[in-house]
Design a protein around this ligand. Structure first.
Ligand code: MN
Length: 530
């Protein structure tokens, strides 16, 4: 048995527009087969990259049916142009002999390994947190690069706030850049193999996973795609995400997480609970730090390990940190670097606020090109959209504050004030700002006006949203949920959580008064501690 000499075949990465009309022979594995109403489209991959071929017998008829998905074939073709890209017009195609398939697999695997391994590069800033996370950056970047190199579809899930978008856009750009390198710049691959989707709940919800699975299965049947890699950012580290992970794992999807929310304590194996369901995890808590290095910063650094030359501006991690209200050395450094590039703190805060508004209107939509522009692909749009939209946002905020001032009730609890606002009577459904943001605005307004700390409660028939002033001690919303709601009021269907001083609770409509009374009683206890 002789070894197949791969050197005599034309590597796909060598093909360029200069080869148009020339004929070659190559060997590759069939990665995609798509039957159109005209020709059969096939994507082949060799040790260098993937390349699209067009084979035609009759309109709508599958060409070379003996060559199936996953087969390694020898293909004779002529290079032609289609919409600015190049592709191969197949003259003949045949499966290579069984003994040579093993050679090919071995050869391609070795080459792939070299290609997808992330390079150990420097971080953009000096930070003990990021330095401690470096092995995790390398591990997760290699998983992502491998998926791209192997034409595995990618679903990028993220929180729908500024930090979540910031992290996701940084990753999206790096992934698409590396994908271009792997496909020779094929535009369709960017849309067939990559999808970004915001999650409305502050975690990867089961509803999201069901949508992802149904799209994935369609893609597998229709386009012969592999199971997708799921990337979750600015969400994903907490127990609430596990149900959705279990759904994706039923189909063997690899999953990686980039987050800065508290993931729970490590067990005796050094794992947090979600670690048993995912393949890679970046979170400052895992190395003994806290949430002050936010997802936008983690995504910005990780993007460089995926593809170093990725067009991300240092303005993005700075803006993410400002809007997520984090503090520390990293925020300070990124903001200084962004200022050197001409971005003022004020501009970044406005732009970040604008992302909340766009996200609100976009709901589940990807809006890839639009967000790419807002994040600086088009610097004129980035600048002008702030001038265009921010005055409108300010009007909406002023309106909300006035409504809050008129209708909210303020009660003196001794060491602090309790502000109560009806979120259903005081905000308009579907309009910006919604309840969460309105609560922030009203809370900030009363904090500024009153001479003691403030707790703001916005309630509706099925929810209670809470904001607590920094100086108030002993109060924890997650603790209220676990100790009081789930123990004493489990019949209300109440469920909730969040951070210590900002969170929300959902319950059935019958239970509104009960839950509010329980929280007021909890506050009375807290008032004695302050
Ligand atoms: Mn965040």
């Amino acid at each position: 048995m002789s070894n197949l000499d791969f050197k005599k075949f034309k590597p796909f990465s060598d093909l360029s527009h200069g080869d148009i009309s020339k004929s070659y022979v190559s060997v590759g594995r069939i990665e995609t087969v798509k039957q159109t109403s005209g020709p059969t489209l096939m994507v082949l991959m060799d040790s260098t990259q993937s390349f699209t071929f067009k084979a035609f017998i009759k309109p709508g008829e599958r060409a070379f049916p003996e060559c199936e998905l996953g087969d390694v074939v020898e293909v004779e073709y002529r290079v032609s142009e289609r919409q600015g890209s190049i592709e191969g017009e197949v003259r003949s195609m045949k499966k290579i002999s069984q003994e040579h398939v093993a050679d090919f697999e071995e050869y391609i695997e070795k080459k792939e390994e070299e290609r997808f391994q992330a390079k150990d590069i420097e971080l953009t800033i000096q930070s003990p947190v990021l330095e401690a996370l470096k092995p995790r950056f390398l591990h997760v970047a290699s998983i992502i690069r491998k998926a791209v190199a192997q034409r595995r579809p990618i679903i990028l899930r993220h929180d729908a706030d500024c930090d979540g978008y910031s992290s996701a856009i940084c990753l999206e750009r790096a992934i698409l850049k590396f994908m271009d390198e792997c496909t020779g710049g094929d535009v369709m691959s960017r849309y067939n193999l990559f999808r970004r989707a915001p999650s409305r709940a502050p975690f990867y919800e089961y509803e999201d996973a069901v949508k992802d699975v149904s799209m994935m299965l369609k893609d597998m049947v229709k386009n012969g795609a592999k199971e997708p890699l799921v990337i979750v950012t600015d969400n994903g580290s907490t127990n609430e995400d596990i149900f959705a992970y279990k759904q994706m794992k039923l189909y063997n999807c690899p999953i990686v997480v980039i987050d800065h929310h508290y993931p729970g304590e490590k067990d005796e194996n050094g794992n947090v609970e979600v670690d048993y369901f995912i393949d890679g995890h970046i979170n400052p808590y895992l190395e003994g730090f806290d949430s002050n290095v936010c997802s936008g910063m983690l995504g910005y650094e990780l993007a460089r390990f995926i593809y170093e030359d990725n067009n991300n501006s240092v303005m993005i991690p700075a803006m993410a940190g400002l809007l997520d209200h984090v503090d520390g050395l990293e925020l300070k450094t990124y903001v200084e670097l962004a200022q050197k590039e001409g971005y003022t703190t004020q501009f970044m805060e406005k732009l970040g606020d604008l992302i909340y508004l766009q996200s609100h209107y976009m709901r589940f939509g990807e809006a890839r090109e639009f967000f790419d522009d807002i994040f600086g692909n088009n610097l004129v749009v980035q600048k002008e959209i702030v001038n265009l939209v921010y005055p409108e946002i300010e009007k909406l905020y002023t309106k909300t504050r006035k409504i809050g001032k008129q209708y909210a009730s303020v009660e003196d609890f001794g060491p602090f004030y309790v502000v109560q606002f009806d979120g259903e009577k005081g905000t308009a459904r579907g309009q910006y700002p919604a309840v969460g943001k309105s609560t922030n605005l009203i809370h900030a307004m009363f904090e500024e006006e009153l001479n003691k700390p403030v707790i703001t409660m916005t309630s509706g028939s099925t929810f209670l949203t809470i904001r607590v002033g920094d100086d108030i001690k002993g109060l924890s919303i997650p603790e209220f949920c676990t100790d009081i709601l789930s123990k004493e009021l489990s019949h209300t269907g109440a469920e909730g959580g969040g951070h210590e001083h900002a969170g929300s609770v959902k319950f059935v409509e019958y239970a509104r008064e009960e839950v509010i009374t329980a929280f007021i009683n909890y506050l009375k206890k807290i008032s004695k501690l302050n």
